[in-house]
Design a protein around this ligand. Structure first.
Ligand code: 48F
Length: 256
């Protein structure tokens, strides 16, 4: 007796993957919003916008999105959040326990919970292994990104990238603030200046610094702190989640 009554031949496996991947990629050529970086701030922003009906594309250069969540602190796989964000954890069905007035969450549960919610949302197309290398502009408005395969970028192969367009673009690339720096290099200003670590202050800073940097270009998470001179912070993540929520509000206000 065979285990499978409906075996899938190899050629069909290949054909189905190509068909469905290319359909998603074709859909992503025109989005309402492109979120660059699938860390905590980017995933929360994307999921919130998708819940309001916007068509969102999330791009992450790594094999596994989730950014800096996975490893907790020094590889100890727990992260800490403030009680204020319990509602957001509930929204993503991420489990937590309360101890000493704070929330303690398995880092793998937080990363995978945020990723699963985004990756399975019908209004979100989430692509890993894609690196954003430049911005697309129409007049003085940022109108998309220039992206390439991470494998091509890692090998430094001379292969042209591809343009994906949107009404708004979010830089959620973490400490590197990749899109912000690309923008600043093009217009000849310098705005990135992350400050020394102080997580308690940084958690406030990251929400305050979440902003629209230029028409159509938004910044959230550690990238926002990098812009605003906010403090570096550690394995406490409430600020990242609230920054994602604030970015979603600002983007909705901008694109209507
Ligand atoms: O760094 P990251 O987790 O961003 P975040 O949302 O959260 C910061 C915290 O994890 C942590 C912290 C906690 O208090 O301080 O640092 O600000 O995730 C950034 C994601 O962006 C991707 C990268 O792979 C990561 O998953 N990324 C970075 N550059 C690019 C990119 C790029 N050029 N193209 C596509 N993805």
């Amino acid at each position: 007796m065979k285990a499978f009554s409906n075996p899938v031949p190899d050629v069909r496996v290949s054909r189905l993957i190509i068909k469905h991947y290319l359909k998603d990629l074709e859909d992503a050529v025109i989005s309402d919003v492109i979120v660059v970086g699938g860390g905590p701030s980017g995933l929360v922003c994307a999921h919130t916008l998708a819940g309001w009906g916007y068509k969102v594309t999330v791009l992450d250069r790594r094999l596994a999105p989730g950014g800096g969540i996975w490893g907790g602190s020094m590889g100890f796989n727990k992260v800490i959040l403030q009680k204020d964000v319990a509602g957001i954890l509930d929204e993503f069905r991420v489990p937590y326990i309360e101890d000493e007035g704070a929330l303690v969450v398995p880092s793998v549960a937080l990363a995978s919970g945020l990723i699963l919610a985004a990756a399975s949302h019908p209004n979100i197309k989430l692509f890993n292994l894609i690196t954003v290398v430049d911005l697309h502009a129409t007049g003085d408005r940022i109108s998309g990104v220039v992206a390439n395969s991470s494998a091509i970028e890692l090998q430094k192969l001379h292969v042209d990238p591809m343009v994906l367009t949107a009404r708004a673009v979010l830089d959620a690339t973490g400490h590197e603030a990749v899109l912000v720096n690309l923008y600043c290099n093009r217009v000849g200003v310098s705005v990135t200046r992350e400050h020394f670590m102080n997580a308690e202050k940084g958690e406030e800073d990251v929400v305050a610094n979440t902003q629209m940097l230029a028409p159509g270009l938004f910044v959230a998470g550690m990238a926002a702190n990098n812009v605003g001179g906010g403090c570096r912070m550690g394995p406490i993540f409430g600020g990242m989640l609230l920054s994602g929520k604030k970015a979603a509000d600002l983007i909705r206000e901008y694109i209507g």
